[in-house]
Write a protein that binds this ligand. Structure first.
Ligand code: ACO
Length: 326
């Protein structure tokens, strides 16, 4: 077991709320369709002048304040995102610029909705290897800027936000009990942004064809998400020698309530122990898990000794799970 602690958590959410009723006026959809298919009622949308690093910096600032750590004293910043500020430099470096801090390493992890758990895995391995004592781990997205607002099959699903944690040396028996992660690049075209990178650089045509937005095979994603999230969670539980009854709080990636519920059922964790924010925020990709962790902590659900099980799935495809003693 790796002895570490979530020293502080934080989140940042745009003020603007976009409800299902608002979406009814934008595309041919209904509150009823969105609610029954996804469990989402509303999501937050960033202002035009707000980028991923703005939300990430605000979430990290709150996490540092709650941890009693100055952002400048962190040994490194690892940020999971698919909606980077720029192709280069990394959004983590823009976060440094926003906060006026420098020196510590800073980089992004591109693992879609698994981005925060990938970042946590890397940070914990660096800690175990003695490469630093306090890391800022962030999941942040402005999905609204890469969504095709005329495609009802995708635009109703996503929202914007950022969540962050400061992890550092633990006291007692808190820490990461076990983890599991993986990827399958053969399924990359099931969920991707086709243009804007080196495969298809931006041209007038790519813009006209909406190739800079989310392209997704929804049913395919659904099936693989449930299988991979459940399997990763069960592997982490097995490695940590935990049963479903041992889990106090289950936080799956908050893509939609049907994926979350199907995943939960396969893990055997009782329904009342699954924590969800998906109805209020939609799918914020890498940001969903750290925001849910922050809100579960604020709600008093995560106390010293609590067992937290997290599991995620995203573009790639990627997946990851952690069994954590809080
Ligand atoms: N409003 C009304 N009707 C819609 C909408 C909408 N917003 N979107 C699609 N439909 C229609 C379709 O056009 C289709 O109509 P048709 O039968 O006349 O062709 C019908 O609803 C059914 O469409 P399906 O895509 O088969 O609907 P499904 O029940 O599979 O639900 C959904 C779609 C919600 C996208 C589902 O496939 C899903 O949840 N997939 C996972 C996607 C996801 O969460 N991706 C996030 C990124 S990955 C991740 O975070 C894990």
């Amino acid at each position: 077991m790796l002895n570490l602690k979530f020293l502080g958590t934080g989140s940042a959410l745009p003020e603007k709320v976009l409800s299902n009723r608002d979406l009814e006026r934008m595309v041919e959809t209904s509150d009823d369709w969105i609610t029954t298919r996804t469990g989402i009622k509303e999501r937050r949308i960033a202002r035009d002048d707000v980028s991923t690093s703005d939300l990430a910096a605000a979430a990290l600032t709150e996490a540092c304040a709650n941890a009693g750590v100055e952002p400048g004293d962190l040994d490194g910043i690892i940020l999971g995102t698919s909606t980077t500020d720029t192709l280069f430099p990394s959004t983590a470096c823009w976060v440094q610029q926003r906060l006026g801090i420098k020196g510590m390493f800073a980089f992004d992890v591109s693992a879609g909705c698994s981005g925060f758990l990938y970042a946590l895995e890397i940070a914990s391995a660096l800690m175990a290897g003695g490469r630093g004592r306090r890391f800022g781990v962030i999941g942040a997205e402005v999905m609204s800027k890469v969504v095709n607002w005329r495609d009802r099959g995708t635009c109703v699903l996503f929202g914007d936000g950022a969540g962050a944690a400061v992890i550092g040396p633990g006291s007692g028996d808190s820490g990461i009990l076990a983890s599991s992660w993986g990827a399958d690049g053969s399924l990359a075209p099931c969920l991707y942004q086709p243009a804007g990178g080196t495969q298809r650089p931006a041209t007038l045509e790519t813009v006209q064809e909406n190739l800079h937005t989310v392209h997704m095979q929804g049913r395919h994603v659904f099936r693989h998400a449930v299988e991979a999230m459940a399997s990763a969670a069960l592997t982490a539980m097995d490695r940590a020698r935990l049963t479903a009854d041992d889990v106090d709080v289950l936080i799956p990636h908050q893509a939609n309530i049907r994926i979350m519920e199907a995943t939960r059922q396969r893990t055997g964790v009782p329904a009342e122990r699954m924590f969800s924010v998906v109805d209020r925020y939609g799918n914020m990709s890498a940001a969903t898990i750290p925001i849910a962790i922050h809100e579960a902590k604020q709600a008093g659900l995560l106390k010293d000794g609590s067992i937290l099980l997290t599991t995620a799935f995203g573009t790639g495809f990627t997946w990851a799970a952690h069994a954590i003693r809080w």
